[in-house]
Write a protein that binds this ligand. Structure first.
Ligand SMILES: Nc1ncnc2c1ncn2[C@@H]1O[C@H](COP(=O)(O)OP(=O)(O)O)[C@@H](O)[C@H]1O
Ligand SMILES: [Mg+2]
Length: 394
C-alpha cells in the first residue's frame, strides 16, 4: 500500500487560532501597545489603561492583541509582577457583560461557581480575587461592538470607570477594546466615549507586498519546503488583496488549496488548486451570468480558461490568451474579432468580475498586463462555457 504524502508539514499553523510568534508589518502597532502598557512593568498598581484597537476584518486585530498579551505577560513575569492577559470574544457571550466577566474570572479561578450572579457581583469577585493574589489583568474585549449593542452606555461606562468604585485601592484591570470600526462607539454617551477613545491603535488594510510577506512566513511554517511556489503565494496575495486586504482570507485559501493538492496527490500546490479553493469559498459564477455574455466574449473566456489548463500558471498574458481564443474560434467555426475588440472584452469581463488584470512590475520586457481568474477554477469555467456555447450554436 502506498502512503499518501502531504504538501503540509504542520497544518495547525494555518489554524484560525494559531498566533504566530512574529507579525510582519505590525511591528509599529505592537510597539505602540507595549508602550501604552509599559506602566504595568513599573507601577502596575498606580494606573490602569484603556486602549481601542480597530481595523477591518483580517487586518490582524485579534492576532496583534494576543501577541501583545503573551509578550507583556512574559515581561511582567520577568519582573515578578503577577499579570494575566485574558482575551474574550464578546460575541461568543452574546455581548452580555455578566457572562464576559464570569468567563474572565473562571480563567483565573476555575472553581468559581457559575451561577446566579449579576455583572456587578462578578466584577467585585474578580477584583477581590486580584487583590488577594496581588495580581493585575489586561482584559481584551474582542468584538467589543457586540457588548455595546447588548449593554449600551452604562455598562461600558462602569467598566471604564472601575477604579472609582474603589478609591485608594490598587488599580487592577486594564482594557483593550477591539472593534472593526468606531461607528458603534457613537452609540455611547459622551462620558463613556471620552474615557474610551483616548488611545486608538488603527490597523490599516494590508497591501499586496505585505500580504506576500505574511503568507510566505505562514507557508514556511505550515507547508513542506517547495510545496508552495512563490508564484502561488503571490497569487493568493492578489486574491486576498481583492478581498480588502484580508489576511485571514489568504491563509484559509492556502489551506484549502493544500487540501486540493493532497486530494490529487500532487507534490506542490498549483494555481488551479488555488482557483478551486477560491471557488469553494466564494460562490462560483452563475451559469446565467455566462449566458448573458456575447458569443465572442464567451470564446475569449474559454481561451483564457484553456491557457490556464494548459500552462498551470496563475497569470497569463493577453497574447497567450489571444492565441487560445483563435483556437477556440476555429473549433466553433467563428471568425476571430480584432485585437482592439479583445482589449475591450478584457476590460468588460474584468468589470463583470470574470477575470482580473494586474500590471506586472518586473521582467525584461517591461511592464505588461497579466490576467488571472479570480473566482473560479479553469476547469469548471471551461466546462460551463462549452456547455453554454454548444447550447447557443446548435
Ligand atoms: N501581520 C501579520 N502577520 C502574520 N499573520 C497575520 C498578520 N495579520 C494577520 N495575520 C493572520 O491573519 C489571520 C486574520 O487575522 P486576525 O487577527 O484574525 O484579524 P482580525 O481580528 O482583524 O479580523 C489570522 O490567522 C492571523 O494570524
Ligand atoms: Mg478578530
Amino acid at each position: 500500500m502506498k502512503f499518501h504524502s502531504s504538501v503540509f508539514k504542520d497544518e495547525s499553523k494555518l489554524d484560525i487560532n494559531y498566533v504566530p510568534s512574529r507579525l510582519p508589518h505590525r511591528e509599529k502597532e505592537h510597539r505602540l501597545l507595549m508602550e501604552f502598557f509599559s506602566f504595568l512593568l513599573r507601577i502596575p498598581d498606580k494606573m490602569a489603561q484603556r486602549v481601542i484597537v480597530t481595523g477591518d476584518i483580517g487586518t490582524g486585530k485579534t492576532a496583534l492583541c494576543q501577541r501583545f498579551g503573551e509578550d507583556i505577560t512574559i515581561e511582567a513575569h520577568k519582573r515578578s509582577i503577577n499579570l494575566h492577559y485574558v482575551h474574550v470574544n464578546c460575541r461568543e457571550y452574546r455581548g452580555k457583560l455578566f457572562l464576559i466577566l464570569q468567563h474572565a474570572l473562571t480563567v483565573l479561578k476555575p472553581t468559581f461557581p457559575q451561577r446566579g450572579y449579576g455583572a456587578e457581583e462578578v466584577l467585585r469577585a474578580l477584583l477581590q480575587h486580584l487583590d488577594e493574589e496581588n495580581a493585575y489583568m489586561v482584559l481584551a474585549l474582542d468584538e467589543f461592538d457586540s457588548l455595546i449593542e447588548a449593554e449600551g452606555s452604562d455598562a461600558v461606562y462602569n467598566l471604564t470607570r472601575l477604579q472609582e468604585l474603589r478609591p485608594n485601592k490598587p488599580q487592577r484591570i486594564s482594557l483593550v477594546c477591539v472593534m472593526r470600526n468606531l461607528e458603534s462607539t457613537k452609540r455611547l454617551d459622551d462620558s463613556a466615549k471620552s474615557t474610551l477613545q483616548r488611545n486608538v491603535v488603527r490597523l490599516e488594510r494590508y497591501g499586496k507586498a505585505q500580504l506576500i510577506d505574511i503568507l510566505s512566513e505562514r507557508t514556511a511554517l505550515a507547508f513542506e519546503d517547495s510545496a508552495v511556489p512563490e508564484e502561488v503565494v503571490g497569487f493568493a496575495a492578489d486574491l486576498s488583496q481583492d478581498e480588502n486586504g484580508n489576511a485571514r482570507f489568504g491563509i484559509e485559501l492556502l489551506w484549502r488549496a493544500g487540501k486540493y493538492a493532497d486530494a490529487q496527490d500532487l507534490d506542490a500546490v498549483t494555481p488551479e488548486c488555488v482557483r478551486k479553493a477560491i471557488s469553494s469559498i466564494i460562490p462560483t459564477l452563475q451559469k446565467s451570468q455566462i449566458e448573458e455574455l456575447g458569443l465572442h466574449e464567451k470564446l475569449f473566456l474559454l481561451g483564457t480558461a484553456e491557457v490556464f489548463l494548459e500552462t498551470n500558471e496563475a497569470y497569463a498574458t493577453l497574447s497567450e490568451i489571444e492565441e487560445a481564443y483563435a483556437v477556440a474560434c476555429e473549433e466553433y467555426d467563428e471568425k476571430p474579432v480584432s485585437h482592439t475588440q479583445l482589449w475591450k472584452y478584457l476590460q468588460g469581463l474584468s468589470v463583470l468580475g470574470f477575470l482580473k488584470t494586474e500590471v506586472s512590475s518586473e521582467g525584461t520586457r517591461g511592464r505588461s498586463t497579466l490576467i488571472y481568474l479570480p473566482a473560479v477554477s479553469a476547469e469548471e469555467l471551461a466546462k460551463a462555457l462549452r456547455l453554454v456555447i454548444e447550447q447557443g450554436t446548435r
